[in-house]
Design a binder for this molecule. Structure first.
Ligand SMILES: Cc1cc2nc3c(=O)[nH]c(=O)nc-3n(C[C@H](O)[C@H](O)[C@H](O)COP(=O)(O)OP(=O)(O)OC[C@H]3O[C@@H](n4cnc5c(N)ncnc54)[C@H](O)[C@@H]3O)c2cc1C
Length: 380
């Protein structure tokens, strides 16, 4: 077994770490305060290829493996998790939806512009009354001639206000349950789309989250991704991949919080000694480091399996489950090591603490991951 990253992995990781140190981390607090990302960072990331990381070269993508891509994602997340999720949803859920399941026509039409960051994607599955129970969505897509007409509301849509295309899951046959759900590419400028105001969130504030409603939105029938009725399966496969990204996101946040806590514990003195000289603090640091490494190994295993064509339903859920729980545990300890200062906005751990929370919620809650894992265990 070889635990070494390849030269390509290391190169992408170092490039991302350099960008994160120079351009992202120094601005992350400001973007968190302002609740949005400036266009210039999105433009710069587009220029560097961050919007086409998984896409084939023939669509102007970088065609990175899941392992290599996630080496970069961990670095972005450690600097600004809100920026990372903006990029990650676009790449792993939206570009991949079209690349893996779309027609050649859809790929030619959308992927080069998505790789260039000219069109950003948003993934619209969750509805006000359908979250964990995603198969119960009510948004409908009714076929009329060579068009589908969409009606419904999607909630908590990451990139809702930035998107040029929405990947929308809608019911085409209400009689068939999850087998009656289909997936569509919906261009933002189609009449009948209403994009809500940015949600006011606990964390990930730099990311854009909105409600998106569709009222009699007519799209060409060719905008269906995959066969009619295959949408739920598509959503599940995409989320298996997306969860690997959230696992690396969680590890990025946890690592950053750990590094802050380690540094602070050496600088801060109480009782005439550094905090790091107390065994109680040393043990916290040891536990934090061990949990981060354990989570990262699970995340790399899932990424590696995906790159090797193995079904990762169980392993991506295990990685997300363990990494997001470890992340929340680690950020809590990082705040604790900072004492009262950790509760103040001047210290980055306050932001990491808020950003960490959603890693246990989106792309399937902690409970949803346990459902996936136990279902697989009982099936075997
Ligand atoms: C910041 C943010 C960004 C998001 N971005 C997107 C996006 O881009 N696209 C998108 O489609 N969605 C997005 N989501 C939605 C996210 O995926 C959902 O919030 C998540 O799947 C949970 O759904 P819910 O909020 O409706 O909670 P619910 O499903 O109502 O669950 C509430 C609680 O009950 C638990 N629960 C539910 N069912 C069971 C059960 N059977 N057994 C045990 N426990 C159960 C859950 O685990 C949870 O703890 C985002 C959410 C947030 C907060």
């Amino acid at each position: 077994m070889d635990f070494n990253l390849t030269e390509d992995d290391l190169m992408i990781q170092e490039t991302a770490a350099d960008l994160a140190a120079k351009k992202i981390y120094p601005n992350a607090e400001k973007w968190d305060e302002e609740g949005k990302l400036p266009q210039d960072i999105l433009d710069e990331m587009a220029e560097l290829g961050y919007f086409g990381m998984l896409l084939p070269e023939k669509y102007d993508g970088l065609e990175l493996s899941t392992v290599t891509y996630n080496c970069a994602m961990e670095e972005l997340s450690a600097a600004c998790a809100g920026l990372m999720i903006t990029i990650s949803v676009h790449n792993s859920l939206c570009c991949e939806a079209i690349n893996k399941f779309g027609s050649e026509e859809l790929k030619d039409k959308y992927l080069p512009n998505m790789a260039a960051g000219k069109i950003i994607g948003a993934y619209c599955l969750t509805e006000p009354n359908a979250g964990t129970d995603a198969a119960s969505i009510k948004t409908s897509a009714v076929k009329k001639g060579d068009k589908y007409v969409l009606n419904g509301t999607k909630t908590f849509v990451t990139n809702g206000g930035l998107a040029g295309v929405f990947i929308v899951f809608a019911v085409t046959d209400p009689e068939k349950g999850s087998k009656g759900i289909s997936c569509f590419v919906v261009p933002k400028d189609t009449p009948g789309i209403d994009i809500g105001a940015p949600e006011k969130k606990m964390g990930m504030k730099a990311s854009d989250t909105r409600e998106v409603s569709f009222t009699d939105v007519e799209i060409d029938a060719m905008n269906i991704i995959g066969a009619e009725g295959s949408g739920f399966k598509t959503a599940v496969i995409l989320l298996n991949n997306g969860r690997i990204g959230v696992a690396f996101q969680a590890i990025g946040i946890a690592r950053a919080a750990f590094e802050e806590a380690l540094k602070y514990s050496k600088e801060r003195k109480q009782f005439g000694r550094s905090l790091s000289s107390f065994q109680a603090i040393q043990f916290k640091l040891a536990d934090m480091a061990a949990k981060i490494d354990a989570g990262r190994l699970l995340a790399f295993r899932a990424a590696w399996m995906k790159d090797n064509g193995v079904n990762v339903a169980k392993e991506s859920s295990m990685a997300k489950l363990v990494c997001s729980q470890a992340c929340n545990w680690v950020v809590n300890e990082a705040v604790q090591i900072h004492g009262g200062y950790g509760y103040m906005k001047e210290y980055a751990v306050e932001r990491y603490f808020r950003d960490a929370r959603v890693t246990e919620i989106y792309e399937g809650t902690t409970e949803a991951q346990k459902m996936v894992i136990s279902r697989q265990l009982l099936r075997d």
